[in-house]
Write a protein that binds this ligand. Sequence first.
Ligand code: ADP
Ligand code: ADP
Ligand code: ZN
Length: 218
Amino acid sequence: MTGKRLILMGPPGGGKGTQAKVLEDAYGIVQLSTGDMLRAAVAAGTDLGKQAKTIMDAGNLVSDEIVIGMISERLDEADCANGFILDGFPRTVAQAEGLDLMLKDKGIVLDSVVEIRVPDQKLVDRITGRFTCSKCGEGYHDTFKLPKTADTCDACGNTEFTRRADDNAETVKSRLKTYHEQTSPLLPFYESRGLLAVVDGDQEMGAVTIEIKRVLDS
Ligand code: ADP
Ligand code: ADP
Ligand code: ZN
């Protein structure tokens, strides 16, 4: 089945990006990651990027207006017409309200909100071991997902990888605190609308994918 419109929720390091990449291919839909968009602005050295960098490096949230504006513009692009995965947005009540308004305005209806649930103590290892192909963005992990050939990206053959500036043990603590204080209150909000499905993210990647697909196909 194609044409899904969903929010992928979950803590930092919970596996949202990993699963979003698989769902893109499986359903012919696009991943909209506010974290990726912000990192692109940082790398490009735009004014927005300069502002965002300090906030992101400290593990705090960038302003609601900025991310709401980014998503609203992105949803108007042609490749979103067949469906999309919101990854890392909304993250606050104000963002959820902003999303509601823009979806109404654009005549878009959400199919599902999937929460990938992972216990906090697992997330520090997930995040400190994370690295990414610098060319194609394929995600890896020092313990849980090494490239099949050492130091060579499975997806594109590139041999350079990057680690995020905010993926360190200190920043993880403030990102987790922010998640519990500001983002997890959105879960009952979506549950009360009958949109929420909870998936066990504390199992191997393929098993998580199977659970998410079961939700989307039901
Ligand atoms: P994670 O891997 O922790 O889920 P993301 O890549 O989604 O991280 O986000 C990295 C950082 O970018 C966040 O810690 C935050 O500073 C900023 N960011 C991303 N999305 C949002 C958002 N929706 N609202 C505010 N800040 C955001
Ligand atoms: P998020 O986008 O939610 O921050 P990622 O998808 O980037 O999370 O995953 C964080 C790290 O954990 C990555 O290095 C990824 O390879 C690894 N990872 C993702 N899902 C799992 C899983 N189910 N089991 C073990 N490691 C995982
Ligand atoms: Zn690659």
